[in-house]
Each structure stands twice: as C-alpha cells, then as structure tokens.
Design a protein around this ligand. Sequence first.
Ligand code: PLP
Length: 402
Amino acid sequence: MQIPATREECEALDRADPLRDRRDQFALPDGVIYLDGHSLGPPTIKTLERVRDASMKEWAQGLIRSWNDAGWIDLPLTVGAKLARLIGAKPEEVVVTDNVSVNLFKLASAAAKLGEIGLIITEENEFPSDQYIAQGIGNWARVRAGEGPQAAAETRGVLIKSIVNYRTAQTVDVAEHERTVQRGGGVIVWDLCHSIGVLDHDLAAAGAKIAVGCTYKFLNGGPGAPAFVYVRNDVAAKVQSPISGWFGHAAPFSFEADYQPRANAARFASGTPGILSLSALAGALEVFEGVDLAELSKKAQALGDLCLSRAHQLGLTSISPSRAEERGGHISLIHSEGYAIVQALIARGVIADFRAPDAMRFGFSPLYVRHVDVWDAMDQLGDILTTEAWDQPEFHRRAAVT
Ligand SMILES: *Cc1c(COP(=O)(O)O)cnc(C)c1O
C-alpha cells in the first residue's frame, strides 16, 4: 500500500478505514496521542462500565452470591473463550489466570515433562521476565540461556519464545519453529504478549501446543489485568500444573483431600481469580467483536510503515524490520538521548515509551490510532529534535517506570 506523503492523505485513509468506528468506543483523554498501547492499553467506555457494575452491583449488592449469580466462578473460562478467537484456538483451550510470569513458570515446568529431558531454553534477546523465570526454574532443573529452536530440537528441550520481540517488534514464523522443534521432540511455550490484539494469529494451523499472553497491552484489559494460558486439548491431557491449586481442580467445592486436575486448559488455573480485573477484561474484549483480524494487522502494518518513513526523513534509525510482514504493532527508533526525547514528547501529549539503553517505542494499536495521529506525533518528534527541546533537566530525570 502507498505510504501517505501529506496530512491530507492521512485524513483520507482514516476516512476509508474499516476500523474507524472503533476509536469512539475508547475513553481516550482529549489532547493526547496515545502510542503506548503495547505497554498499557487505554480503557473502552464498556470496560469502565463493567468495572463499575462489577464493584457497585455484583460485589456491593450481590456479595458472595455473585460467585454464582453473576457468573464469577466461570469468568476465567468465559473470558478465555472470548479470547480464543483472537489466537485461533478452541474456546476451551484458553483460561485466564495469574500473570504472564507465573504462567510461564507453570507451563515451562509442565512442558518439561513432554520433552523427556526437561531442559528449559531461552534466547538472549527474550523479554527479561521470561529469562528470569527460566533462571528460577534453573534452581532445580536444567536451563540453557542464549540458545534457540535448534537446541530445543536437539535436546528435547522446552523453548520459551515470543512471537513478537518486545524491543524490535520482529515476528517469527510460528509454523516453521514448530516443525523444527517438534522434529526433535522438543516443545515451544509461545509468548503472545506483544502480538495478541494486533496480529492475526492462527495457533492451531501453525501447530502450536502451548502459549501464554498478556491482556493489558493491545487487549486493553487494564493495569495488571490477568494473563491467559493456551493449551491445545490433546496436550492438556498430558500435562499438569506445578501450582495445582483448587481452581484447577476438577471439583473445587467437593473439598476432597486429593488433587484431580480439571479437563483442558482450565487445569492451569491456580487460586481465586481477581474478579474486578477479570470483569474489566471481559468488558475490554467487546471492542474486538466483529473485528476482522486481517484488517487489524494490516492497519498496524500501515501505521508502522508511515512512522518508519517519516522517521527516516528525520534521519533516525530503527531496529524494527522495514518489511511490515515481519513486524508486530510497534516501531523502535534509536537515539542515544531517547529517554529525554520520549519525556519531551509526553510533555506535549504524545505518549510513547523507552526501553534501555536507546530504544524509543511507538505502538500502533489499530483500534484507536489513526494515520493523522502518527503524522502529528512524527511532526512533534521532528520539532523536538531540531529545537533540541528534549535537553531540559526535567526530561533527563529517570522515573521508576520508563
Ligand atoms: C509484558 C510482557 C510480560 C509481562 O509479564 P507479567 O508477568 O504479566 O508482568 C512477559 N513477557 C513479555 C514478552 C511481555 O511483553
């Protein structure tokens, strides 16, 4: 597709955008261009209503009766079933539970029993928490860092692997990785944190067996929204969760002394779920209803192309793939003063983020970011660079969260 060369061309593309009506469903503040949906998605109006109902009606009025009457007890699975469409899974293959880090621990440990040797493998550019979890498991199992699919194939190991890299946005060919690793009897635990809600996933077609993912990034589930676990039905029967709590038990309210796992992915639930967060996520997923996932990823690619072309005009380099098909939903631009530049952008209402040591990340959530937003953000970035507006003491001060 042609990359727009003027703001007017951006406006024309936005008018013709099949997803344009979705933006109105978000509760975005005025005067802000939000390019940080890869870190924390904004709420929709429905999400805020669900949080209010869940607290004011279901909790305050319904009290404990809401576990049954409001369907709280089933939420991890009903929300999981909604999510399943976004990744090409069957409804019962997804459960919403815990956070990504805990789920990686559960799944990598469980998968180690599928490959007989039980070695856990991480690549060197993998998201830090994924590497830390592997290092933790390394206290009682064998772990190898800095290796990839080949090692998993040769050792019948468990590879933890992101579909979209958090720094570069580089995607991987899931089907090809599965073929390589499965040929040797290894297993991949896929991490969909930076790809769900922006890529058109078909895990079943790609032969993926196990995955985790985040719901507070492109799915807009809210700060600390619970993560999800995908386990293919035939695989679930062969694995057990090392955190075998009562919510993963076949009959939690029978209060039996012995653990009996539930069927399917639900066995990876652990303890009592956070109902307010789950309710927010249930509301957040409504904006995805009826969305053609191919349109979603196509628009993210187009916005990324626009960002890259304008960044090149500004003389900036990128570590993100220039070929849109090889990218997730964000672009990382490199500058040694990236932190201060991002702070200067935020002060002007353009919210992006920074990943040490030098990557400025711009996320293009296709449901609410428009072409004109990217255009205007790049105008601001250009102005900040030429005027050196970033070189102010307040923009150099590092906050705890970048
Ligand atoms: C955001 C992210 C996580 C987050 O893990 P939490 O335990 O939910 O905080 C993990 N892995 C990747 C690749 C991520 O992008």
